[in-house]
Design a protein. Sequence first.
Length: 110
Amino acid sequence: MSTTEITDRQDDVVHDDGHDHPSDSRYFQIALILAVLTALEVATYYVDIGPALIPVLMVMMVVKFFIVAAWFMHLRFDSSLFTKFFVGGLVLAVAVYVIALSAFEFWSKG
C-alpha cells in the first residue's frame, strides 16, 4: 500500500484583490448613515408632508440603495462597467415603479 501526503497550501497563498477594503470604523459610519436615513423614513409616517411624501421616500430609497450597493456590494471598488450596469438597472426599476404608481393613481380616480 502506498500513502499519499496531502498538504494544505492555503496558508501560503497571498490574496491580492487589487483594491483596499474599508476599515471597520468606516462600515460603522455607513451603518450609522443608513440608520439615520431609516429613522427619517419612519418619521415621514408621523409628519404630514402632503403630496411630497412619495418623492421624498423615493429619494431616500434610492440613496440608501446606492450606499448599500456601493459599499457592501463593493461597487465603489470595482470596474466602472459594473457601476454603469447598476445605475442602468436602478433607473429602469425606478421608471417601472413610477409608471406602475401613476397607473394605479390614474385608474383609482376614474
